[in-house]
Write a protein of this length. Sequence first.
Length: 750
Amino acid sequence: MTASIPYATTQFASLEQALKHYFGYDSFRPGQRQIIEHTLHDRDLLVIMPTGGGKSLCFQLPALLKEGVMIVVSPLIALMQDQVQALQNNGIPATLLNSSISPAESNYRQAAILDRKIKLVYVAPERLLSESFLGFLDQVKARVGISAFAIDEAHCVSEWGHDFRPEYRQLRRLRHRYQNDDRVIPILALTATATERVRHDILGQLELQDPHIHVASFNRPNLYYEVRPKSGSRQAYTDLFRQVERSKGAGIIYCLSRKRVDEITAKLQQDGMSALPYHAGLSDAVRKENQDTFIRDDARVMVATVAFGMGINKPDVRFVIHYDLPRNIEGYYQESGRAGRDGEPSHCTLFYGTGDIKTVEFLIAQKVNPETGEPLEDEQRIATQQLRRVINYAEATDCRRTIQLGYFGEDFPGNCGTCDNCCHPKPIADWTLEAQKFLSCVARFAQRDQRFGINHTIDVLRGSKNDRVLKNGHDQLSTHGIGKDRSAEEWRLLARSLIHQRLLDETTDGYSMLQLNALSWEVLKKQRSVMVAVDPVKAEDATTPTNVDAAEVEALYDRLQKLRKRLADEQSVPPYVVFPNSSLRSMANLQPQTFAQFAKISGVGSRKLAQYSDVFIAEIRAFRDERGLPLQTETGAIPQPPPLTTPPTRASETQLQTLVLYQDGLEPADIAERRNFRLSTIMSHLAELLELGYPIDLDALVPLDRQDKIMHAINTVGPDALGSIREHLGEMYGYDEIRLVRSRWRRETE
């Protein structure tokens, strides 16, 4: 024991001896000893240590060695109960005060605290900051002393974190109330996940003074990460069951809603699997019973919402499956990190289906002011950006660890050997030249003191002359149009890879603006090459014609423009409503001659396929025939599209602007960002356009199985009241998708 450390007892010769006495461990994990020494010296702390890293011990051991009582702020009753039970099992005097105990029991425990029989007190922030409890704390401070305030799950302080709790913001009152004495009571902030921005927010919100900051590595080398496609609900459950069946040991399955939890639990039980549910719709007693049953290994699988697992001390979870898309990378990292806390190999699977995106977007749209009902636009913007990052992770071809650790500001070289992208790699291509083009475009923005996101950068590279490009004068940049040889999706793949490899930064303020960094300049100066994992192009998908030169492409493009103008005049709509220029350019380059080939043209949805395929295919074939170019034949006649309906009613100008961006391949969330509108507004535009008869591909917006259920609900309760339709369907269905399907229903029943 060093003489400078103020131990409350002299019975231990060293910290290691105290560790062995109380917890049975012979040595500290990396970083623990240094953190504990700072705690014993009454220093404020910010500790970022991944799940299973031993962060709880960093405040529990000092609590036993210092004078007074340590107050531990914890967000969940289940978390408190689990940690207090574990401490009591080790003979450590700890207790909790929350709504789960009776007033008489609460009085008994408070008396024990004042009698110096307790060293750690766990309490929720709401109770801690009540006037009555603060009065009790004043008594504790005067009679027993408060050794420190430990704020567990401190990421809840930050609106940029994945579990924001507004009441955590008020914890700064502790600093104000207890800082005027001779001894300032230290505050220890601890969490398993926090980006640099969240860390900064924690420091400011809790007003930590000259804190020691410890950030451990976020790498969990024993965990295998994979992303699997999520098809229809029946096939998705079959895939889920097979994985659970093949896995050994206990596991957790996370779902987004209570209804999904109950459905999956019931199916697993019917298939002979020992599974239990956990969500906020169950009573406290049932949740506790199910949790205890799972921890005791009397149930093998826990199916739960994200409310389950925070701080749960079960080290031998062998698999964690996210059956639904998580809302953000931080939450996914923490939830998947509940696997393998004992260091043994464990499996983390994310099922990814585009239908889940709509569900998360619906949940984001529910972030409203409870008093006024107005949208909390800042929170919605942040949540939307976090969702995009999850989608980028799910669709990425880079090492999963590189993406995860990079998100938290930690470098990782890739080739981890324990993720699907590293174990089953896609071909690697040298995209250094493309990267230089992309980064050069970002640099041109910066020279004008401007910042833009991925989509606008791609627009400039591909030579777009949309309103935003022209308004900012970006059609005059030297980079305008230098990327026409690559598709928008290819540029998006490169942009994601640059960010994942930390060769380019993206702001975390909810606006997702691009910024160059030191590595970006190394690429621009030809000091670093850029390798990107890409999907090989399937030969059967290639429709590029042979024996066509550039002049012929331009001649066909001009001819298709004239055809488009004639069709637009017949329908009294602007030409871009028929097809955007990008679609005409693809037709001129690829020259589809069959119904199937035309369906693959960017911007051709099911409605446009029915309206225009025959006339455009005929024009292309006539052009090739006139020039002596070979015509492609196929067995049997070209499939005939469905008969055309009456021309659509004229839409408003703002609806048509949304339509143009949609036909250019942008997702609704991207259109909302581009136009600076709410996502719900864009979804309303699409629904109204669909009802008016414009070519909106409903299948790309709402999965077929969900369309069928919504249609059935409309036929059951009628189309007039959206609220009645949703009440009939349940909480997993959002108003946006109901409105879209109702538009199709109205169009078809006119």
